[in-house]
Design a protein. Structure first.
Length: 59
């Protein structure tokens, strides 16, 4: 059986293994390495950062 789990706070096409979350100035920042769905490699050489206001994580 194979299952795939998505992070509800990031876009479904974004794969960020082992993210770190930090709050700076009332914004949540999620940092992590970057994977590509179906790719041959993991933890590619680039990093991503997503942020949203703490009081509205849907933004």
């Amino acid at each position: 059986m194979r299952k795939q789990v998505f992070n509800p706070f990031l876009p479904s096409n974004e794969y960020v293994p082992d993210p770190e979350a930090h709050v700076f100035d009332d914004r949540l920042h999620i940092f992590g390495s970057h994977d590509i769905f179906g790719g041959d490699d993991y933890c590619l050489g680039d990093y991503v950062c997503w942020s949203a206001p703490v009081n509205d994580l849907s933004d």
